[in-house]
Design a protein around this ligand. Structure first.
Ligand code: THU
Length: 133
């Protein structure tokens, strides 16, 4: 099942996190069209605002290779608790999500994860539909 691949992808990607300032490592995996999976980690910077979250790293990798539709996202941070996508990442997920029902898999470890929809974690989202009105 794709979930297992996504969960493992996020856990493996966390190993590559560049987080010397926060020491908080995050990994993400995003399922896009054609069942393509892209993974990413957080990449920090001495100028803290230049930091990129794991979710956006994964999404931007996909977009940069021609994939623009997100079907599911897995994210994992602290292995002892559930790390949800930050607000900016929720907004970026919304930009490319197939619809509001896509699943966000919040992973504590291989066997413990929560599944929520994008609409549940980002209700009343502002997206291109608003600009097209
Ligand atoms: N971080 C992510 O990678 N994803 C999130 O959704 C939450 C925050 C990273 C950014 C920063 O490198 C570290 O976690 C602490 O905020």
């Amino acid at each position: 099942m794709e979930y297992e691949k996504l969960i493992n992808g996020a856990i493996e990607a966390r190993e590559y996190a560049y987080a010397p300032y926060s020491n908080f490592k995050v990994g993400a995996a995003v399922l896009m069209e054609e069942d393509k999976i892209f993974t990413g980690c957080n990449i920090e910077n001495a100028s803290f605002g230049a930091t990129n979250c794991a979710e956006r790293t994964a999404i931007f990798k996909g977009v940069a290779e021609g994939y623009k539709t997100i079907k599911a996202v897995a994210v994992t941070g602290d292995p002892n608790s559930y790390t949800f996508p930050c607000g900016i990442c929720r907004q970026v997920i919304a930009e490319f999500a197939e619809n509001g029902d896509i699943e966000i898999i919040v992973v504590k470890n291989k066997n413990e994860y929560m599944i929520m929809t994008l609409d549940e974690i980002l209700p009343g989202s502002f997206t291109k539909k608003d600009l097209n009105n």
